[in-house]
Write a protein that binds this ligand. Structure first.
Ligand code: NAP
Length: 256
C-alpha cells in the first residue's frame, strides 16, 4: 500500500506512529507538507515516510489517501485536487458524510468514512468504518480494532461514544479531589484510582457475555457501599441527565 495523507495534524501523526510501530509494516507513507513541523518530525522519525511538495503530489504518489484536514479546509482544498478513478479514499473528517466527500472529490474507486481515535498511536482503541471496507478494516485492525458498520445512522450513534471521554476523566477527578480533601496525597490517590479503573476496564473482556448492568450488579451488593452510591446518583437522575446529553450529541452529529 502507498498511503497518502492530505493534512498532517494530530490525527495523522497518531496513525503514522501506530502504523510505524507495527514490526512488519510494508506501507510507504507520503505526507502533505502542512503542518510543516509535524510532517518534518514524522519524516525524521520513521523509515519510508516522506513529505510531498504539495497536496496534488500526495495524490499522484499514493493508491490510498486519508483526508485528514478540518472540515472548513476540506471544502476549500478538495475540489481543487485531481483524484484518480482508482484512488481508495478514506475520509477522517468527522462532520462530512460519505456523499459530501464524494461530491467534493469526484468519482473514485471507494470512499470510506473512518473514525480513528488518537490512542491509535499506541495501537489501542477502535476505528469505526462506514460503509464496510475489508481492506481498511484489515489496516485499522492492526492498529487496535476495526468495527465496520452498515448504515450511516449507526456510525453517527457510535460516534457519540467519543464525546464522553472528558466526562469520564471528570468522574475520576471528582474521586481524586475528594480524596485530597481527606488528606490523601495527590500522587497516592492518582495511583490508586488509575490502578483500580484500569482493572475495571478489563472486566468486559473477562466476561464477554455479561452486560454492563450485570457487571454493575456484581459490585452492588445489597446494602453495600456500591449500591448506595449507585442508588443515590440514580435518584438524582445523574444517569438520566447523561443519557440526555448523549441524545443531544447524536442530534448534533446527525445534523452536521
Ligand atoms: N484529533 C482527533 O481526535 C480526531 C478524531 C476523529 C476525527 N478527527 C478528524 O480528523 C481531521 C483532522 O483532525 P486533527 O485533529 O488531525 O486536526 P489538526 O491537528 O488541526 O490537523 C489538520 C491539519 O491540516 C493542515 N492543513 C491546513 N490547511 C491545509 C491545506 N490547505 N492542505 C493540507 N493540509 C492543511 C493543518 O496544517 P497547519 O497546522 O499548517 O494549519 C493541520 O496540520 C478533522 O477533520 C477531524 O474532524 C480528528
Amino acid at each position: 500500500m502507498k498511503l497518502g495523507f492530505i493534512g498532517t495534524g494530530a490525527l495523522t501523526a497518531a496513525i503514522v506512529a501506530g502504523l510505524k510501530s507495527v514490526a512488519d509494516n510494508s506501507v510507504s507513507v507520503v505526507l502533505s507538507p502542512r503542518n510543516e513541523e509535524i510532517a518534518a518530525g514524522l519524516a525524521a522519525r520513521y523509515a519510508d515516510v516522506r513529505i510531498a511538495a504539495d497536496n496534488q503530489a500526495v495524490l499522484d504518489d499514493c493508491d490510498t489517501v486519508m483526508l485528514a484536514v478540518r472540515p472548513q479546509i476540506a471544502h476549500e482544498v478538495l475540489p481543487a485536487l485531481r483524484f484518480r478513478s482508482d484512488h481508495r479514499v478514506v475520509s477522517l473528517i468527522a462532520t462530512l458524510s460519505v456523499e459530501e466527500v464524494a461530491g467534493l472529490i469526484g468519482p473514485v474507486a471507494t470512499v470510506t468514512k473512518a473514525l480513528p481515535m488518537p490512542m491509535i498511536a499506541h495501537r489501542q482503541g477502535a476505528t469505526i468504518l462506514f460503509p464496510p471496507d475489508p481492506a481498511m478494516a484489515a489496516f485499522f485492525g492492526r492498529l487496535g480494532k476495526a468495527i465496520e458498520v452498515t448504515d450511516a445512522d449507526e456510525f453517527n450513534a457510535l460516534s457519540v461514544v467519543t464525546a464522553t471521554y472528558a466526562s469520564y476523566f471528570k468522574y475520576l477527578d471528582t474521586i481524586h479531589s475528594w480524596l485530597e480533601g481527606h488528606q490523601v496525597s495527590g500522587e497516592k490517590a492518582r495511583d490508586y484510582i488509575a490502578t483500580l479503573f484500569k482493572a475495571l476496564a478489563n472486566a468486559p473482556d473477562r466476561a464477554p457475555d455479561a452486560g454492563f448492568m450485570h457487571l454493575a450488579q456484581e459490585y452492588a451488593t445489597r446494602g453495600g457501599i456500591n449500591e448506595q452510591v449507585l442508588r443515590e446518583l440514580t435518584e438524582r437522575d445523574m444517569f438520566g441527565a447523561f443519557a440526555q446529553s448523549l441524545e443531544g450529541i447524536y442530534r448534533r452529529i446527525s445534523k452536521s
